[in-house]
Ligand binder design. Structure first.
Ligand SMILES: Nc1ncnc2c1ncn2[C@@H]1O[C@H](COP(=O)(O)OP(=O)(O)OP(=O)(O)O)[C@@H](O)[C@H]1O
Ligand SMILES: [Mg+2]
Length: 270
């Protein structure tokens, strides 16, 4: 089971869109995929027509059961997305109170990681969509994953959010508890605007080693897909934006191996 977290400490940069689209593409490749909504706003949950105000079991239940020292049967919390092979662990709006509760209860940083550990044979991929703010949910999502995907909108203000999440990452890595790899993904790129070009150049100058070499273009099909409650890859497989996410997935999968590079080449050749 591979766990990827999608996060940035800035709102509206394409985190949920990246989660849904990559998950749709993985499911299309017959992978068993779980997506987890850790945002109290529940955009990912709403995307698939579930209501974060009324959903009975959610990510929140995992934390409640941890506080009450009970095992949390994940299966009863899952929602069907209508896409074969793609399950959703929804968010509920009660997640807003979690940071306060976490400050009163010890050991809340690994709740998601420990839960997924018990289900490692059930899914090939788990994608965790994060809220735009640092708190116990983002800490859980970062602690659970091996790979962090950071969507960065190609506009001036978005660079600040990137700096914040990279500082958070440094804190986590320096605490010595966890090491994880990350990839910066430029999103909503509009080549007609100066802001897009300049921020992409800035990313190339400052973060070349960890930057995906391409970008996700602005594409109205993503908004249309969200209004139809399906991943864009299911509805518009040839849309420019979907094709770009397909190339991103290829990139992620090509680096997604525990073998050293030379051994991968040998394994492929064999
Ligand atoms: N490449 C794109 N082209 C055009 N629109 C896009 C693109 N990516 C995302 N969007 C749209 O931009 C809006 C914000 O995207 P999204 O919800 O994925 O961002 P987010 O980072 O998850 O936001 P939040 O921080 O509020 O959770 C949505 O309406 C989405 O449909
Ligand atoms: Mg979101």
């Amino acid at each position: 089971m591979k766990i990827w977290t999608i996060a940035n400490q800035k709102g509206g940069v394409g985190k949920t869109t990246t989660t849904v689209t990559l998950a749709g593409l993985l499911a299309e490749q017959q992978q068993r995929v779980l997506i987890i909504d850790t945002d109290p706003h529940g955009s990912l949950t709403s995307y698939f027509s579930f209501n974060p105000d009324t959903v009975e079991e959610s990510v929140y239940s995992l934390f409640q059961k941890k506080i009450q020292d009970r095992r949390a049967p994940l299966a009863s919390m899952l929602c069907r997305t209508g896409v074969d092979g793609l399950d959703l662990l929804p968010a509920s709006t009660s997640l807003v109170s979690l940071d306060r509760q976490a400050s009163m209860n010890q050991g809340m940083g690994l709740v998601i990681k420990d839960t997924l550990e018990q289900y490692r044979n059930h899914y090939d991929y788990v994608l965790i969509d994060c809220p735009p703010t640092l708190g116990i949910l983002m800490v859980n999502a970062l602690a659970a994953c091996k790979k962090l995907i950071i969507p960065v909108q190609t506009e001036y203000l978005a660079i600040k959010g990137l700096e914040r999440i990279l500082n958070t990452l440094t804190m986590i890595v320096n605490s010595g508890k966890h090491n994880l790899d990350y990839l910066i993904v430029p999103t909503m790129f509009d080549r007609r605007t100066r802001a897009s070009m300049e921020s992409l150049n800035h990313l190339r100058e400052q973060h070349s080693e960890k930057l995906w070499s391409e970008h996700i273009p602005i594409d109205t099909k993503f908004r249309e897909a969200s209004s139809k409650r399906k991943p864009a890859s299911c509805l518009y497989p040839d849309a420019r934006g979907v094709m770009a996410y397909r190339r991103l997935l290829d990139w992620l999968l090509s680096g997604d191996t525990d073998l050293p590079f030379s051994q991968v080449e040998i394994a492929k050749a064999g």
